[in-house]
Design a protein around this ligand. Structure first.
Ligand code: F6P
Length: 532
């Protein structure tokens, strides 16, 4: 199948995709879910290319795998686990069974416990030693940080609860900076860790406990835990009524829909959190039911596969023209790169095509004044994924929002159309002539023919954010299923963790650098001599 796709690519690679627009293309190469629109018409995918890409899905039995996921089969084969983050948002849906047991009653019960606790914190029934909670500090890393931190920022206009802060890095600068602005007597600390063993999180949690115990007589009473490891949360001293558990069929980077979303729920309230879940569930229903040619997550995935595995573009830029989505690229880096950055397929054989792409990005318009130069005129093609809302939350500044939208649309147009040498000459013909005109004009040429997609929606409300995140989750699923890899394990993070554990006594000077490679030993020695 890859051969067929490569042959098709070869036959169309030289054409300008702008010429494909025939009056119906924008409609034909876009898809809607509710009031959200995904436009992939500014790419070199034509009807034949799309049909071949859909054939790829069919040959990989993505539909069968999709049903296996939704029905609780252990598709995370290397860890023998089901993959059921979708159950966390299936609040009004059908039963979901794992090993013959319906998991939905447990999901609903935990959600209701979270809601009761969030309401108590927000309404002042749960207090600190100094009274009503003013600040919530979520301590977690990776999936126990990026999801709730991204979403809490994204939904800032919906905040009516205490201030929420996120500490993730073991760098003391992170926790010190956050705690400096909090009063221990009115702070709730949430330790978010699926395993409750992650060294960064446990180190920060102990630091926060020590900070609180300087002024608060019962610090553990102002701690809550989000984890699958009830024994370990008990060892840390957190009472069971403030422990919100989940099962191992929720992967860390897919976990913000359940207890890991507690800080978000406290910030925006249980009602808005349910709207977020409902948006995710709407995307799930669409993903399960829509034909591939109308299926938004599948099409987003196929565009990704076309650009990465077929055209050979190694990276993709995620460019939200929505400042509150400024953490979305970081969130997607974990979601996509930890899920699909794998070199072997499920059976252990090396992949015959590239694994998932390098994901990066920043919000527009800031990026325009930084790295867009390379996107427009560099030698590499970077497929761009724009996100834009029709309205912002600042009604009184709507004219600024319109300027933002104009910039977003202008970028995708510029990437497609570019500027020819003749057009560039015309731009500077009044200033230069002869050889100098040629030289100056060449710098002003934009090759164009650079692909982009746009995801557009009325406004960034909780339900829309839920749809967006579920959309990307399913995109990752489809891309992983086509590659035949396990998108739900992350063995690639282990080696560095093991070596860090071994290096700690060396760094502390309790063990020598004997046996270390010359570079590592040299760096340890330099840092020790420099005051470490
Ligand atoms: O090291 C990677 C990872 O395991 C991620 O997959 C996960 O989201 C993160 O660490 C945090 O893990 P935990 O929630 O168990 O602390």
């Amino acid at each position: 199948m890859w051969d067929k796709l490569n042959a098709h690519h070869e036959s169309v690679a030289a054409r300008r995709f702008e010429t494909l627009f025939d009056g119906g293309r924008a409609e034909d190469f876009s898809v809607r879910v509710g009031d959200m629109l995904f436009d992939y018409s500014k790419t070199n995918i034509d009807a034949e290319g799309r049909a071949l890409l859909i054939e790829l899905l069919e040959r990989a039995d993505v539909a069968g795998r999709r049903e296996a996921m939704f029905s609780g089969a252990p598709i995370n084969e290397t860890e023998g686990r089901a993959v059921l983050h979708t159950a966390l948002r299936n609040i009004n849906g059908e039963p979901v069974t794992v090993d013959g047991q319906d998991v939905m009653p447990g999901v609903r019960e935990t959600l209701e416990r979270m809601e009761a606790f969030a309401a108590d914190v927000r309404e002042g029934r749960f207090t600190g030693q100094g009274g009503r909670i003013t600040d919530v500090v979520n301590i977690g890393i990776g999936g126990s940080d990026l999801g709730p931190a991204m979403a809490t920022l994204a939904l800032a206009p919906y905040h009516d609860g205490p201030r929420c802060h996120f500490v993730s890095n073991v760098d003391p600068a992170d926790i010190a900076g956050v705690l400096r602005g909090c009063d221990p007597a009115t702070t709730l600390v949430i330790v978010a860790s699926k395993t409750f063993t992650t060294i960064e999180t446990m180190t920060n949690a102990r630091t926060a406990k020590a900070w609180m115990s300087e002024t608060v007589s019962e610090p553990a009473a102002q701690f809550a835990a989000l984890s699958t490891a009830a024994d370990k949360t008990a060892d840390f001293g957190i009472a069971p009524e403030r422990v919100f558990g989940f099962e191992d069929w929720v992967g860390g980077r897919y976990s913000m829909w359940g207890p890991i979303g507690l800080s978000l729920m406290i910030a925006i309230g249980p009602r808005a959190f349910r709207q977020f879940l409902a948006g995710g569930a709407e995307m799930d229903r669409h993903f399960r039911a829509a034909d591939w040619s109308e299926n938004m997550p599948a099409l987003l995935a196929l565009v990704g596969i076309w650009h990465n595995q077929v055209c050979g573009h190694a990276t993709r830029a995620v460019l939200p023209y929505d400042n509150r989505l400024s953490r979305l690229p970081a969130y997607l880096q974990q979601l996509e790169m930890e899920s699909n950055g794998k070199r072997v397929s499920m059976d252990g054989a090396e992949l015959s095509v590239q694994s998932g792409p390098i994901v990066w990005g920043e919000p527009g318009t800031n990026g325009q004044h930084a790295f867009y130069q390379l996107i427009h005129q560099g030698t590499r093609v970077v497929p761009c994924e724009f996100l834009v809302a029709a309205r912002g939350a600042e009604d009184d500044l709507h004219h600024q929002h319109q300027l933002l939208v104009a910039n977003c649309l202008a970028q995708s147009e510029a990437l497609m159309k570019g500027r020819t040498l003749d057009e560039a000459r015309a731009k500077v013909a009044d200033k230069f002539s002869g050889d100098e005109l040629e030289r100056q004009a060449s710098h002003r040429v934009f090759p164009g023919n650079r692909p982009s997609t746009t995801l557009a929606y009325p406004e960034l409300d909780p339900a829309t954010l839920g749809r967006i995140i579920a959309l990307y989750e399913h995109r990752v699923f489809v891309e992983g299923a086509v590659l035949g890899i396990n998108s739900y394990d992350q063995w690639g993070v282990e080696l560095g963790k093991e070596l860090a554990t071994g290096l700690q006594p060396v760094v502390e000077g309790r063990e020598s650098t004997d046996g270390k490679d010359g570079s590592t030993a040299g760096l340890v020695n330099f840092l020790r001599q420099s005051g470490m």
